[in-house]
Design a protein around this ligand. Sequence first.
Ligand code: ATP
Length: 355
Amino acid sequence: MEAMPAREFTPSSGMPLYVLDGILQVYGGRPVLSVDRWSVPQGCVLGLVGPNGSGKSTLLRLLAFVESPAQGTLWFQGCCVSRREARNLRRIVTLLPQDPYLLDRSVADNVAYGLRVRGVHGGDRKARVREALRWVGLDPNLFELRRVQALSGGEARRVALAARLVLQPRVLLLDEPTAEIDVESARLVRRAALKARSAWGTTVIITSHDWGWLLGLCDQVYHMHAGHLVGPAPVNCFDGPWRVDTDGRVWKDVGAGQRLVLPAPESLTATAVVEAEHVQIFTHRPEDIGVQENLFHGIVTGLAVYGHDERLLVTVRLAERILLASVSGDQRRAHGLQPGLGVFAWVPSDRCRWL
Ligand SMILES: Nc1ncnc2c1ncn2[C@@H]1O[C@H](COP(=O)(O)OP(=O)(O)OP(=O)(O)O)[C@@H](O)[C@H]1O
């Protein structure tokens, strides 16, 4: 590992675990991930949310050192990671992919595999395997000797998670660990992530499509869109193409004939970003003429507490998309916001920025 030149990066409050600098990843000649500058604090639980194909898994693979970026520099614990060093770091940084591979052996063999490779033997290995199974809610007495082929899909995913936890990793990267699992399993994933952090100081980075679940678990949730990190605050992204209005502004249909009208971007294919913080919720159509444009009718589908000052993220289903708005606890109570309530959501056009 090369020592990092001091001029490149000066930590303000503790050395970040990762720093990404000018990272570009390209598949088949097509850029799929572009990160100018991003750092991950040590010991955080961090979420990545975004639509299909936005680059979440690609970013996790780079952080797991299982692939290298086409351009840019990845720093880990203040050091620039070379290809040779990446191999060593894979012993302390572990990735649970979306479709984890399990060996055609017993549950215990699968969970113990990484320990065997690292030279952990005997009673210590057995005890750690049993403990890791308990962490993911599988009774070792019932599951240890079962063959993985005889497990349900959800149980197999828990075994794969136990096989990462048993390593007591420095970094645990979980790629959509709650996809296709029930509420109880999602609770176990959450518990395991938090226990790993408190027991070993593990930094945990999790991708998901579920804003609410991530916000309830993570210190910070970054939104990814079209290969870019947008956030960390919850945001709404509106993709082009845009149509041009008679007065030179641009618009697009967001469903049921409702139009989003914005100032013209540099390109008609640009993506508009509006932070949830700037979207306002009304329970009745407001009189104020200033909020008639970009006022959408929708249904509240979820509320999730986030941040340190009891903000709530409100998901509102418009005809063809979900809109995110942020409200305070007082606003929630005053409006009686709850899932199923019909509301008006206002997107102020002057709060939009373009990607
Ligand atoms: N091996 C590959 N070869 C070519 N393109 C790829 C490859 N892997 C991913 N991509 C492309 O890279 C982009 C980012 O994919 P990635 O899997 O990182 O997105 P994601 O946000 O994790 O998506 P999802 O939520 O569907 O899992 C997509 O456009 C995808 O088609």
